[in-house]
Design a protein around this ligand. Structure first.
Ligand code: WTA
Length: 568
């Protein structure tokens, strides 16, 4: 196979001529796809669910197929309309209003999707939290957003520092009741299945996703209803969704992929959305693809690499003949994975680049475009992406620089919650600066090079070194800590910590394991350092900033470069 270039495969695609569309496309053309273009009434949950429930051809088609080791359930568009109406009524009863922040901290389940849509239907702002978060991670997000209500489960409740969160007035328990809690089951039983949706403005808020930067606590990336234009349209062009598709996005809705592409894109396009709960295992995943006749599958390089190492013989046990289109996001997609995809499925794996802040896909490989393995593809029509230098000027082909997006695309974040100056700092000369470095070749394909800041990407999850360092120094044995991403063949990067110990503590395997567990219990498993190295000193600048760049050079055995700002 020629790995320099893989030609488009046979088939009809929603986007047949990329270059022409890129030249001529205007977002106004998409508005007709939404009912608000003629009714003037806006709400993303209405467009995603109710609109289809009101269409006799769609009403009884499955919207959500939920499957986990101990639960199988199917909800039609009508079912989901009604369940989310019921939850919206529960919210109204408890006086949740437009603009309130209502957070969800629970595993994937049909209840999650009903609750999430219900939040949007009352005009509130949903804040989904990844179920693996531990107390500190939960606390930071609820504190910063000043969430007034949380929906969670009995098991997860112990990680919610209820007494320390003055704004958090109400907690809905999904699988239990108790003094002072709202019981999901009981209130849903009583709630009416009809609801008058709160109509909003396209620029009103709907979603807060917290994400990590290189400094400070996680920040709340704020998205508005207008994002639906890009969710819908990339669902067509990039996911290539078509009538009758069985679509599976493997991401958890605690991360942006699990909302933009695990909720909005499929449902705005009226397509059946398969959600799998439970942990990853190669057999379960192939079974999901087979048993649900998945046609379009959106996942991540880490998962593909795990399937790849499970061996190609395993794939042959399954009938995956329905599969038509595979996509990837979150980390660099290795050309080896693309070669494996061609062998195992006879399909191309289409890399897509975007981030929490962009709200939807920006640079992508399209089904109808030739693919250059290792490249992320080209910008979607209607959005300008470029490579710019530190002064904000565009760079010519093949020069590495900041991957940037021209401000004003439909799903762009509209704020960093409560931090206007932080928000402003992302923009230069009208460009949103992503923090990734890349170059563009003569044919307009973008090539990812790496992060420009210290943000760690481990198995596709963003980890902020500052958060981990802050947690580490809360451990009684740890004096100072510096945290970096260390390259790793399976996970992309792993979290590595350098620490100094307080007087009276001796390095031992038990102590390091205890420290690791401490971070895991406080933040989450993915943020816990897989490697910890004890040092006599952590290098810092004279102003006291940890020099992670220097730590990284030590780790990689590279020259240490300019150390003139090093203290002493
Ligand atoms: C990285 C996930 C290489 C990148 C949707 C970005 C990628 C960060 C790719 C955003 C890709 C995402 N190739 N790197 N195709 N896609 N990234 O906010 O560093 O969790 O800035 O959004 O993941 O991560 P986030």
């Amino acid at each position: 196979m020629n790995m320099q270039r893989i030609q488009t495969l046979e088939g009809n695609h929603n986007l047949e001529n990329y270059e022409d569309t890129y030249k001529n496309f205007n977002w106004d053309e998409v508005k007709d796809a939404f009912s608000w273009s003629h009714t003037g009434k806006v709400n993303i949950a209405y467009e995603a669910i109710d609109r289809h429930a009101e269409n006799p051809d769609k009403a009884d088609q499955p919207a959500l197929i939920f499957s986990s080791p101990d639960r199988q359930e199917q909800l039609t568009f009508t079912d989901l309309k009604q369940a989310s109406n019921q939850f919206a009524n529960v919210l109204k009863k408890h006086e949740i209003q437009k603009g309130d922040r209502v957070f969800l901290f629970m595993p994937r389940s049909p209840e999650f999707y009903a609750a999430f849509l219900g939040i949007l239907k009352v005009g509130a702002i949903a804040g989904p939290l990844f179920e693996a978060f531990m107390e500190q991670a939960v606390r930071d997000r609820l504190e910063d957003s000043e969430a007034t209500m949380l929906i969670t489960t009995k098991d997860l409740l112990e990680r919610v520092p209820v007494d320390d969160l003055p704004n958090l007035k109400q907690i809905v328990l999904i699988d239990g009741d108790g003094e002072g809690f709202i019981s999901y089951e009981e209130e849903m039983k009583e709630a009416s299945k009809s609801f008058d949706i709160e109509w909003v403005d396209l620029e009103d808020g709907m979603l807060l996703h917290y994400t990590s930067g290189s400094t400070g606590k996680p920040k709340g990336v704020y998205h508005v209803h207008n994002a639906m234009l890009q969710h819908y349209q990339t669902g067509r062009w990039v996911l290539d969704l078509q009538e009758g598709d069985q679509y599976w996005c493997t991401a958890d809705p605690g991360w942006v992929t699990g909302t933009s592409y695990g909720i909005f894109a499929p449902w705005l396009n009226g397509v059946t959305n398969v959600v799998r709960g439970g942990r990853f295992s190669p057999d379960d995943w192939y079974e999901t693809l087979q048993n649900h006749g998945i046609t379009v599958w959106y996942s991540a390089p880490t998962a593909f690499r795990k399937l790849m190492s499970a061996g190609e013989a395993l794939v042959k046990n399954y009938d995956l003949s329905n599969l038509r289109h595979i996509l990837s996001v979150g980390e660099p997609l290795n050309p080896e994975v693309i070669a494996w995809g061609m062998d195992a499925f006879h399909l191309r794996v289409h890399d897509t680049w975007w981030m929490t802040e962009t709200g939807a896909q920006v640079v992508c490989n399209f089904p109808s475009l030739d693919m250059k393995p290792g490249s992320m593809g080209k910008p979607i029509p209607g959005v300008e992406a470029s490579i710019i230098d530190n002064e904000g000027s565009e760079l010519p082909p093949n020069q590495m620089g900041n991957l940037a997006v021209k401000a004003g695309w439909p799903s762009m974040m509209r704020a960093i919650w409560k931090r206007p100056e932080k928000y402003e700092s992302y923009f230069l000369n009208g460009w949103y600066i992503s923090g990734d470095s890349a170059y563009r070749d003569e044919e307009g394909y973008f090539w990812f090079q790496g992060r420009l800041d210290d943000v760690i990407n481990t198995s596709g999850e963003r980890v902020g070194p500052f958060e981990v360092e802050s947690k580490l120094i809360e451990h009684k044995a740890v004096a100072e800590a510096g945290v970096i991403g260390k390259p790793d063949p399976e996970r992309g990067e792993i979290v590595k910590a350098f620490i100094t110990l307080n007087d009276g503590y001796e390095q031992s395997d038990e102590l390091l394991e205890d420290i690791r567990q401490f971070v895991k219990r406080g933040l989450s498993a993915h943020a816990a350092p897989r490697e910890i190295e004890v040092k006599d000193k952590i290098p810092k600048t004279r102003s006291g900033k940890i020099m992670r760049r220097l730590l990284k050079s030590w780790e990689l055995g590279l020259p240490t470069g300019d150390t003139s700002t090093l203290e002493e």
